[in-house]
Design a binder for this molecule. Structure first.
Ligand code: MTE
Length: 417
C-alpha cells in the first residue's frame, strides 16, 4: 500500500460532511481508523483500469450536447466552430469579461448536469480512489486567483506573417488568450483526500468530451505542478458559475501552462507512479522541428509552460487618424511579474519604455500604455516585454511545425490616415 502524503483534517471533515457523514460519525471513524477509515466510508469500491479510454458517462450526466458552443460568436474572430479568438481591442481593464473570453474546443461544448456530474480520482498512485460530487468540490476550501489562460497556439499566425513559414493549425493572431478571476478548490486537496502516494509521478486530467481526441480531451501534468496549491479545480469565472463553453461544472486551471492543460468538463483524474504519455504530450502540444530534440516518447519538446509575450489591444490591422494616441496592450509571463514593456515604431532600431499602470496580481497579465504621435502612412509598432526574473521576448523563435509558443515581438500593422 503506498504511503499517504498526509491528510488535512479540516478538508477531510468538509469532504466527509458533504458525503452525508455526521460530525459524530466522522469523529468515531477518526477514533477507530483515522483518515483511512473516513475515506473508506466515502470511497468508491473499485479502481478502474487507468490505461483504458474514458468509459462513456451515464447518459443522464451528459445533459445535452450543444451544436458546438453556446456563446454569442459576434464579439469574436471565428476561425471555425471550435475556435473563437478574442479581440483584444474590446478589453480595457485587467479582466476579460466572460462574453469576450476566447473559446477553444476540440469537439463540442458540453451541457452537463451538476447534480449527476461526478469526478473520479484513481490510478496506481492513490491509496483511496474517490468519486466526488459537485457539492463535494464546492465544500472544499476555496482559492481565488486572477490568472490568464492562453492557448499554446496563440500568435501561431506570426510564423507565417513574420517568418514566412506557415505552421499547421488554427491561425490565431493575438487573441487566443483571456485573463479572469477564477475560484476553485486546490487539486492538491483532492489528491490528498485520495491518498496520493510518495511515488506519484504523473497526473492525467481527462475531460468528458468523448468526441474529442482520445475519447475525452486529456493532458498529463507532473505531480509537482498538480500538487501546487494554485493548480485549481475551478468552478467560477469572473464571479459567475463557470460558463458551459469554459467547462461547467468544473475544469482544471493550471497557471502558467499552455491552455490545453486546463481540462474543461473534467471527469476523471488518473494518478500514476510512472510517466504517462498520451496524444497531447507526444504528437500534439509538442514543438517539433530541427531545434527541438525529442523528449521521452514525445516527437519533440513538450509544450508545458507558456512563454513571455506582449500584444497591442488594437484590431489587426488597425486604422487610426494621424496625431497623438494613447495606445495600450497586455503583457504576461509564466515566470513572474512583468517588469518592463518597450515599444518601437521603427522596426526595433529604437525602443521606448511603456508605462505599467495599476496592479498586476500573480498569474495575471499586465496592462501597459504609451503615447504615440501617429504620422500618416503604413506604420508598424512592436512591443517587447521583460519579466522580473529577467526573461525577455527573443528576437527570433525557431520554427516548429505546429506553431506553438511563438513569442518574438509582433509587428502590428497600423494604417494612419
Ligand atoms: N478541455 C477539454 N475537455 N476539451 C477541450 O477541447 N481545449 C483545451 C483546454 N481544455 C479543451 C479543454 C485548449 S486547447 C485550450 S486552449 C483551453 O481549454 C481553452 O479554454 P477556453 O475555451 O475556456 O478558453
Amino acid at each position: 500500500m503506498p504511503e499517504n502524503r498526509g491528510q488535512d483534517g479540516e478538508s477531510l471533515w468538509k469532504f466527509a460532511e458533504a458525503r452525508g457523514i455526521s460530525r459524530r460519525h466522522f469523529l468515531r471513524l477518526m477514533a477507530v481508523g483515522g483518515a483511512t477509515a473516513v475515506l473508506a466510508a466515502c470511497a468508491i469500491p473499485e479502481t478502474p483500469d487507468a490505461t483504458q479510454p474514458l468509459p462513456p458517462p451515464p447518459a443522464d450526466s451528459l445533459g445535452s450536447v450543444a451544436p458546438a458552443r453556446f456563446k454569442d460568436p459576434s464579439p469574436f474572430i471565428v476561425h471555425d466552430d471550435k475556435s473563437m479568438e478574442a479581440r483584444l481591442e474590446n478589453m480595457q481593464g485587467l479582466i476579460t469579461p466572460n462574453r469576450h473570453f476566447f473559446v477553444r474546443n476540440n469537439s463540442v461544448s458540453l451541457d452537463l448536469n451538476p447534480d449527476t456530474w461526478r469526478l473520479s480520482i484513481e490510478g496506481d498512485a492513490v491509496a483511496n480512489p474517490l468519486e466526488l460530487t459537485y457539492a463535494d468540490i464546492l465544500g472544499l476550501p476555496s482559492r481565488v486567483l486572477m490568472c490568464y489562460l492562453e492557448c499554446g497556439g496563440n500568435h501561431r499566425a506570426m510564423f507565417d506573417i513574420v517568418q514566412g513559414q506557415a505552421a499547421s493549425g488554427t491561425q490565431w493572431k493575438t487573441g487566443g488568450i483571456g485573463n479572469g478571476e477564477w475560484v476553485g478548490a486546490s487539486l492538491r486537496d483532492v489528491l490528498t483526500l485520495a491518498g496520493i502516494s510518495d511515488n506519484a509521478a504523473s497526473v492525467l486530467l481527462i475531460g468528458l468530451d468523448t468526441e474529442s481526441p482520445e475519447q475525452g480531451f486529456r493532458r498529463v501534468i507532473p505531480v509537482e505542478k498538480a500538487m501546487h496549491p494554485d493548480t485549481l479545480l475551478a468552478y467560477t469565472l469572473n464571479g459567475e458559475p463557470l460558463p458551459r463553453d469554459h467547462g461547467f461544472p468544473v475544469r482544471a486551471l493550471v497557471p502558467g501552462w499552455v491552455g490545453s492543460s486546463s481540462i474543461k468538463w473534467l471527469g476523471r483524474i488518473v494518478v500514476s507512479s510512472g510517466q504517462l504519455w498520451t496524444r497531447n504530450n507526444t504528437t500534439s502540444y509538442v514543438l517539433i522541428g530541427d531545434d527541438y530534440p525529442p523528449e521521452g516518447e514525445a516527437q519533440g519538446k513538450v509544450a508545458g509552460m507558456q512563454s513571455i509575450k506582449s500584444a497591442l489591444a488594437l484590431p489587426w490591422p488597425s486604422d487610426l487618424s494621424s496625431g497623438l494616441h494613447r495606445i495600450h496592450g497586455y503583457a504576461h509571463s509564466p515566470y513572474g511579474h512583468i517588469a518592463r514593456v518597450e515599444w518601437s515604431a521603427d522596426g526595433g532600431a529604437v525602443w521606448n519604455d511603456a508605462e505599467l499602470p495599476g496592479p498586476q496580481p500573480q498569474y495575471s497579465w499586465a496592462r501597459f500604455e504609451f503615447a504615440w504621435d501617429a504620422e500618416t502612412g503604413e506604420r508598424v509598432i512592436m512591443t517587447r516585454a521583460t519579466d522580473a526574473a529577467g526573461n525577455t521576448q527573443p528576437d527570433r523563435v525557431p520554427f516548429n511545425e505546429k506553431g506553438y509558443l511563438f513569442n518574438q515581438p509582433v509587428p502590428h500593422p497600423i494604417r494612419v490616415a
